[in-house]
Design a protein around this ligand. Structure first.
Ligand code: HEM
Length: 392
């Protein structure tokens, strides 16, 4: 099975179901990854970083041709004990206090973007709303200049495509290296500015954070900022896209959400389960082991399919139905164990406020063109989202 084949990409869920039923741990294309598809096996892999290492994430994000790989010191590619130290240093920046400080300005941003949307004609909602919201949040959090925001999409595209560059494609490699240099320059400037004049912002807090008297090194800080830019943007864009697509397909759900905004947190949870932005996580097995009745040699490349786990009937009765009243929260879309997403609450907040802003201005959203899916084993979402907004 090729997970990037167009028919699978368009709707991977029947294929995941087939794997869960007949070959729950089995090799797939591209790459010959061992796909892990059942909920219980996904949990077993993610809660055992000693055996299933995030070295898998490192190898896809830090290829040898990318000197100064931006994610080399990011917690997402590290196992214990390095991971624990990095996480302890930055986790306060995403705690409940930090989040309640963010809510008012995230709301203002969502409202002002929704005010600028034009009704009655076809617009690409990604360009007009679902990208500017998370990228505006990241720009503000990282303290980057507003003039840089239009470049974020290109940066994200380059930084997430390192694994798909063909071995001889030196031109593409140089393009990506150049993006890394440019982005690194801007992020380093932010660090230097905050060091000189600390403020009440996330970067200043990270600069002063200490664990056992130790601060983050400059390379660790830079890696963290790079990671936020990517982890916080592409994923949240697609959470918003999937939520909007669902509202277009299900007028009953749209009706309930418009009549009662208090269902929005439940809607966001069920969208996360039903159409998760992150489909696969990479791991590498450190020793020979057995999983789901299959013997895996040491060094096996694993593709942990969160999106399949979220549709596992054994865990979620009626898993293929979108059910607004399904009990939540749904945490699996944010991973499991030590690497559980640091930005889960922020993503939920952005999605809720983004949808609130849309629903308070428009009575419905109509699809205006076919969906073309992106090509990635980790994040799944549309490349463009042509819609027409109906005021009311
Ligand atoms: C809907 C949106 C999001 C989804 C679905 C999502 C999903 C995930 C998943 C599945 C992981 C686990 C990776 C692994 O185990 O290898 C993760 C990690 C992470 N996410 Fe998110 N994420 C989202 C939004 C965000 C946002 C908004 C931020 C920050 C602003 C963020 C920051 C992080 C960080 C820093 C990690 C690494 C944690 C660690 O390694 O300990 N994410 N995310």
């Amino acid at each position: 099975m090729n997970l990037l084949a167009p028919e699978v990409r368009a709707n991977p869920y029947p294929y995941y179901a087939e794997l869960r039923r007949t070959a729950p741990v089995s090799q797939v294309d591209p790459g010959g990854f061992w796909a892990v598809t059942r909920f219980d096996d996904v949990v077993a892999v993610l809660k055992n970083p000693q055996l299933f290492s995030s070295e898998g994430m490192r190898r896809v994000t830090c290829p040898p041709w990318l000197e100064d790989a931006p994610f080399a010191h990011a917690m997402i590619v590290h196992d214990p004990p390095v991971h624990g130290r990095l996480r302890a240093l930055v986790s306060r920046a995403f705690g409940p206090t930090a989040l309640s400080r963010m809510e008012p300005w995230v709301r203002v941003l969502a409202e002002s973007l929704a005010d600028r949307l034009v009704a009655g004609q076809t617009v690409d909602l990604i360009e007009a709303f679902t990208r500017p919201l998370p990228s505006g949040v990241m720009r503000e959090l990282l303290g980057l200049d507003v003039s840089l925001q239009p470049f974020f999409a290109r940066w994200a595209d380059d930084l997430t495509s390192t694994s798909s560059v063909a071995p001889g494609d030196t031109e593409r490699m140089e393009q990506i290296r150049s993006t890394v240099r440019v982005a690194r320059g801007h992020l380093s400037q932010v660090l230097a500015d905050r060091r000189r004049a600390p403020g009440e912002d996330m970067v200043s807090e990270l600069l002063s954070a200490r664990v056992d008297g130790q601060a983050l090194t400059d390379e660790e800080l830079l890696s963290f900022l790079f990671m936020l830019l990517i982890a916080g943007m592409e994923t949240t864009i697609h959470l918003l896209n999937h939520a909007v697509r669902l509202l277009m397909e299900r007028p009953d759900v749209l009706g309930r959400a418009r009549a009662d905004r208090s269902v929005l947190p439940k809607l966001v949870e069920e969208v996360l389960r039903y159409e998760p932005p992150v489909h696969g996580l990479m791991r590498i097995s450190k020793e020979e082991t057995e999983l789901g009745g299959v013997r895996l040699p040491a060094g096996s490349w694993m593709l942990v399919l969160l999106a399949s786990a979220s549709r596992d009937e054994a865990r979620f009765p009626g898993a293929d139905q979108f059910d607004l009243d399904r009990p939540g929260p749904q945490n699996m879309p944010f991973g499991h164990g030590i690497h559980f997403c640091l930005g889960a609450s922020l993503a939920r907040l952005e999605a809720r406020l983004g949808l609130e802003a849309l629903l308070s201005r428009f009575s419905s959203i109509l699809p205006r063109g076919p969906v073309a899916w992106n090509l990635s084993l980790s994040v799944r979402g549309p490349r463009v989202l042509p819609v027409e907004l109906v005021p009311g």
